[in-house]
Design a protein around this ligand. Structure first.
Ligand code: ATP
Length: 237
């Protein structure tokens, strides 16, 4: 069976900086795949390239059999990929509801959109209590939930999550990760970038380890979590 997302040997640059040096990876329908690695390894750059914010200089990205590398970001959203960016990037001066409405901007099916607001509020009851609140006044965890809710409003087939644990207390990280598992069980495929390798490997099916723009290890998440090299480098020994 062909992979849902197929990244083939991409090279990505920021001007003269060669950030991604020939990365290939796949995500199959229904999986949670995680990309782990130290600061600056190129995890966010990889996600930004999938979502069309960056274009690979070489290589190709296919989604559901179609080439998406080179397409404008909004066409990639339309194809079924939605990104929750690092640092949430919610619209601070808008309400919770207005942020969610923006997430649905590519859609015209009013009834479906209404249903999905309900789905988001069921998944994130804290947002339901705060529909009219200015998003900038939400706590860090609530902002992460809003960013995820906004991404779900485009009804993605593939959800890209960039460091959802960033800046959150351990209990809240667990809550967010439980929600990621629920979203996946409900049918959304997930590509998760994380510095918190322990948590990421605990929920993922497969994982890739990134080091300075290259994949150095990949495989079954449980096996990687048990591997001596990964433990030493990323899981605190
Ligand atoms: P982190 O966990 O710190 O976000 P990361 O693995 O996501 O790290 P990237 O943000 O993808 O790493 O960065 C990969 C490399 O590209 C780094 O060397 C970084 O300095 C560089 N880089 C990232 N964004 C830019 C940019 N806008 N301009 C120039 N270089 C950049």
């Amino acid at each position: 069976m062909a992979a849902m997302l197929d990244i083939k040997d991409i090279n990505v640059y920021y001007g003269a900086i060669h950030a991604i040096k020939g990365i290939s990876l796949t995500v199959n329908e229904g999986e949670i795949v995680t990309l782990i690695g130290a600061n600056g390894a190129g995890k966010s750059t990889t996600l930004r390239t999938v979502s069309g914010l960056l274009t690979p200089k070489e290589g190709e990205i296919k989604f559901l059999g179609e080439t998406i590398s080179g397409l404008p970001a909004q066409d990639i959203v339309r194809a079924g990929i939605s990104q929750v960016p690092e640092g949430r990037r919610i619209f601070a001066n808008m309400t919770v509801m207005e942020n969610l409405e923006l997430g649905a901007y590519i859609r015209t099916d009013k009834e479906g959109i209404e249903k999905d607001y309900q789905m988001v509020f069921e998944r994130f009851p804290r947002l339901a209590e705060r529909k009219e609140q200015q998003a900038g006044t939400l706590s860090g965890g609530e902002q992460q939930m809003l960013a995820m809710g906004r991404a779900l409003m485009s009804r993605p087939k593939l959800l890209l999550l960039d460091e959802p644990s960033m800046g959150l207390a351990p209990l809240l990280i667990r809550e967010i990760f439980n929600i990621i598992v629920d979203i996946n069980k409900a049918g959304t495929t997930v590509l998760l970038v994380e510095q918190n390798a322990n948590m990421a490997l605990s929920i993922a099916n497969r994982a890739y380890v990134l080091e300075t723009g290259r994949i150095t290890l990949s495989g079954d998440a449980k096996e990687l979590a048990a591997s001596e090299d990964v433990r030493k480098a990323y899981l605190g020994g």
